[in-house]
Design a binder for this molecule. Structure first.
Ligand code: GDP
Length: 560
């Protein structure tokens, strides 16, 4: 407004609002104040509304984008070797030759196809990303050593990929070893419902050796085939959106974020928000360490020009100009402070986000196969139109750390039936504030699930009007600010009422009573026929002849 802050503070003080320069005003108070200073306020849209609009405008120019691949599997089965050999094969044959830059992900070219690999193998990073609401993997390559077979982390990887609904391509590695037995691996994988094509299933499995480079081209072909099935299309021409993969503060270069572009084309000079940060793209550096001018969808790049460290899993959205970027990041910071909700879930690109919230995700660990089956059957009988239970994992054995991480990532209820959590799982659950619910009677499990499902139902809200009043005149009271001198015309108004201001039949504002006065004394209640003074919380723009309607709201929880 180009007004001195001291004048603003003084004016607010006159209205009975005591603030310092660092505080934020409620929107209605701010609007009133701006008008009182002779300006014309225009309300900003919420940050997320603007961002959703940007994303929704993206239905044209759809083209296939490269798949984003994460490599998972048991320790020592060759994940890192596979990633390294794919990368180096590509660098040697690639036009740039020479140095590779580790920026958290890399892209390879295979004939006319590009593929993007996340450089951190294993499910920890994958799950961490997912627990922040980001899905940055289209395909999981499951590496299983042909001499060692399916091991606990192989199984965990399968579970993680399944929970995230990501298809699996199996790389049976170390086939150069004499003791390699790929067929045995395939048979073991059958138990986990991964059925190879030669066993008339639809899981692509390739027998490879990272050491001798056997069949690496076949592995790449299988990934490309899987990507074709997924039909990964996105807009290439619009402004870019992306997801932050890594971030660091570099001594020479300042804050550096590795992002993967998820849609549109990122260009040097673009203004953007990322989580609560914003910036201007000063430089784009690709996985070969080269400065480039733009980055297309699924490309991993390092970005310079962000105004602080971003967080892995944060979104990245290019906007029209600096002003928009600044305001949006400020709004987000403010909304984040107000809601205390993590930003992530609401802000994902729809193509990369998880499913809707009306499912109750369940992880059930039980002692024996029989009870596991019985519980699964009983749960499948629970039917409701608005919420449904979804078992994302039902397994035998103690509750492990993986179960806890999975529960966190999938926002799932974790049930232990006749089993105990391991010491590590218990510790992790405490740290992550994940509840492990232990039961030994099936119908108690069902009651608990039903109560959790009930919690997802929106409560029945009922509103009862308790009284109305008419504003006769407006006056100021020192210490209370602007007061509506009113007469109660029906029922009663109490100091803890919710209140609606009605002008010419329209609801102007809904809020709460601030203070209620009779004469000069604060009172708790004013009845029909009596005159009183009323202040309204966070609102001062009431006028003579406005009607005040007091009401209370009762909400009744529903149950299943
Ligand atoms: P990670 O823990 O899954 O990342 O496994 P690494 O890539 O670190 O590999 C573990 C060990 O297996 C290393 O000693 C590798 O040299 C070895 N290795 C990886 N791939 C192959 C392969 O195809 N054949 C043989 N013989 N050894 C391999």
């Amino acid at each position: 407004m180009a007004e001195q802050s001291s004048n603003v503070i003084k004016f607010l003080f006159g209205m009975g609002v005591t603030v310092t320069i660092n505080q934020t005003l409620a929107a209605d108070t701010a609007e009133y104040l701006v008008k009182e200073f002779g300006h014309n306020p225009i309300r900003e849209e919420k940050a997320e509304e603007i961002i959703n609009k940007i994303k929704a405008s993206r239905a044209e120019n759809l083209k296939n984008r490269p798949p984003i691949v994460t490599v998972m599997g048991h320790v020592d089965h060759g994940k890192t070797s596979v990633l390294d050999v794919l990368r180096s094969a590509n660098v040697v044959s690639g036009e740039f030759g020479g140095i590779t830059q580790h920026i958290g992900a890399y892209q390879i070219d295979s004939q006319s196809n590009k593929l993007t690999f996340i450089d951190t193998p294993g499910h920890a990073a994958f799950t961490e990303m997912r627990s922040r609401g980001s899905k940055l993997t289209d395909i999981v390559v499951l590496v299983v050593a042909a001499d060692d077979g399916v091991k606990p982390q192989t199984v965990e990887s399968i579970k993680h990929a399944r929970a995230a609904n990501v298809p699996i391509v199996v790389a049976i590695n170390k086939c150069d070893l004499p003791e390699a037995d790929p067929q045995k691996v395939k048979n073991q994988l059958l138990e986990h419902e991964l059925i190879a094509e030669d066993l008339s299933g639809d899981t692509l499995m390739v027998e490879i050796s990272a050491k001798t480079k056997l069949n690496l081209d076949k592995l790449v072909e299988a990934i490309i085939l899987q990507a074709e099935i997924l039909d990964l299309k996105t807009d290439f021409q619009s402004k870019a959106t992306g997801i932050v993969l890594e971030s660091k503060i570099d001594v020479g270069r300042g804050p550096v974020a590795t992002i993967i572009v998820t849609a549109g084309t990122l260009k040097k000079g673009d203004f953007f928000v990322s989580g609560l940060r914003w910036g201007k793209v000063r430089a784009i550096i690709n996985d070969k360490g080269q400065n480039v001018d733009e980055a297309l969808p699924s490309t991993p790049v390092e970005i310079l020009g962000i105004n602080g460290a971003a967080k892995a899993g944060d979104d990245f959205i290019v906007l029209d100009n600096e002003k928009e970027a600044k305001i949006l990041s400020q709004n987000r910071a403010q909304e984040n402070k107000e809601s205390k909700n993590p930003l992530t879930f609401a802000t994902q690109d729809s193509a990369f986000s998880d499913k809707s919230a009306e499912e109750l995700n369940l992880i059930i660990k039980s002692d024996v196969h029989g009870s596991s089956e019985a519980i699964k059957n009983a749960i499948s009988q629970i039917k409701h139109a608005e919420v449904k239970p979804k078992i994302i994992l039902s397994d035998i054995g103690m509750v492990t750390e993986t179960d806890v991480t999975l529960a966190k990532a999938s926002n799932a209820v974790l049930i232990a039936f006749n089993v105990k959590p391991s010491k590590e799982a218990k510790k992790l659950a405490e740290m992550e504030k994940i509840k492990i619910s232990s039961y030994n009677i099936i119908y108690e499990v069902l009651d608990y699930i039903k109560s959790k499902m009930s919690g997802l139902l929106t409560p029945d809200i009922q509103e009862n009007v308790t009284g109305t009043a008419q504003i006769l005149e407006i006056f100021k009271v020192s210490g209370a600010g602007k007061v509506a001198g009113s007469k109660v015309t029906e029922g009663e108004i109490s100091s803890n009422s919710e209140l609606r201001i009605i002008r010419d039949g329209n609801i102007i504002f809904t809020g709460k009573v601030g203070t209620l006065f009779r004469e000069k004394n604060q009172v708790k209640q004013v009845s029909n026929g009596q005159e009183c003074g009323i202040t309204i919380k966070d609102y001062v723009d009431f006028q003579k002849n406005d009607t005040l309607e007091a009401f209370n709201v009762t909400s009744k929880e529903r149950s299943i």
